[in-house]
Design a protein around this ligand. Structure first.
Ligand SMILES: [Zn+2]
Length: 271
């Protein structure tokens, strides 16, 4: 079983801070900056704490100063630094502003009613709910197009998400069960706040359909986790070895669930 957190953390607000100042954590930031892996001017870093904060560092030729921003849509924390500014300096800044980051993350609005015009994260990407044509709900890169009467939109969206979650979770469970060399007896989807999935002693898998809102690798990890319980009904080292064997490294998705998991519960589908 994979437990979630308690009450949902609130949503986000965007803000920009002023100039960097020196903090007393230089040597640590220096070591962390050395470990960053840059690609296309972007790097990721985890600011350790309770919970961890996932930072995206962005090096920009247009930036004039170091800025921190907490996205209103998905709570992402972006640290932008002008070209030529040492990443160490930006990390020191982020560390010095940790309380500010947490305060802004906590200030995000608690729930979003999923109706026309709303933004919802689906498979890790924020999409705007727009009016669609034809009969079927259509998932596009930046939108979710929902045909029909506006007041039926929340219900149609949740129907679409549950169907898609089922398809993806059944497929993932099949793949991992195959790698494990065991079979499961059935799959059910629920909307559970207390856990992301479970596996019964009779081999029945249960998942939260809200996993379809998370980035795809998060859903994959939860499926591998529950399937691994078919072999090990515990969280022993042997269990984690199975997870590793059928899925690969799992530290990052576990951390994502701890940090962002409650955000998946902020969407509402009824008036
Ligand atoms: Zn478990």
């Amino acid at each position: 079983m994979l437990a979630g957190e308690g009450a949902p953390k609130a949503a986000s607000i965007a803000a920009i801070l002023g100039k960097c100042h020196k903090a007393g954590t230089e040597s640590k930031a220096y070591a962390e900056a050395g470990a960053l892996r840059w690609g296309n001017g972007v790097a990721e870093h985890v600011l350790q704490g309770d919970p961890d904060i996932d930072l995206v560092l962005r090096s920009s030729p247009r930036a004039r100063r170091i800025t921190l921003r907490v996205s209103q849509l998905d709570g992402r924390v972006t640290l932008t630094l002008p070209n030529g500014v040492p990443p160490r300096e930006a990390l020191e800044f982020a560390r010095a502003k940790e309380d500010w980051i947490r305060a802004h993350m906590a200030r995000r609005p608690e729930t979003v009613l999923v109706e026309l015009g709303a933004n919802i994260m689906i498979e890790g990407r924020v999409r705007r709910v727009v009016a669609g044509s034809g009969r079927a709900v259509r998932l596009n890169e930046d939108t979710l197009a929902v045909p029909g009467a506006p007041d039926s939109v929340p219900r149609r969206v949740v129907g679409f998400l549950k169907a898609r979650a089922r398809d993806v979770l059944v497929h993932a469970s099949d793949v991992y069960a195959d790698r494990l060399g065991r079979s499961y007896s059935g799959i059910s989807l629920r909307d559970t706040r207390s856990r992301w999935g479970s596996c019964s002693s009779t081999g029945r898998l249960m998942y939260s359909w809200r996993l379809i809102l998370a980035p795809p690798d998060i859903l994959q990890y939860v499926a591998a986790h529950e399937v691994a319980h078919l072999a090990q009904m515990n969280h022993s080292p042997a269990f984690w070895d199975e997870v590793s064997r059928i899925h690969g490294p799992y530290a990052a998705p576990r951390r994502w669930l701890r940090t962002h998991g409650t955000d998946l519960h902020r969407y509402r589908f009824e008036n």
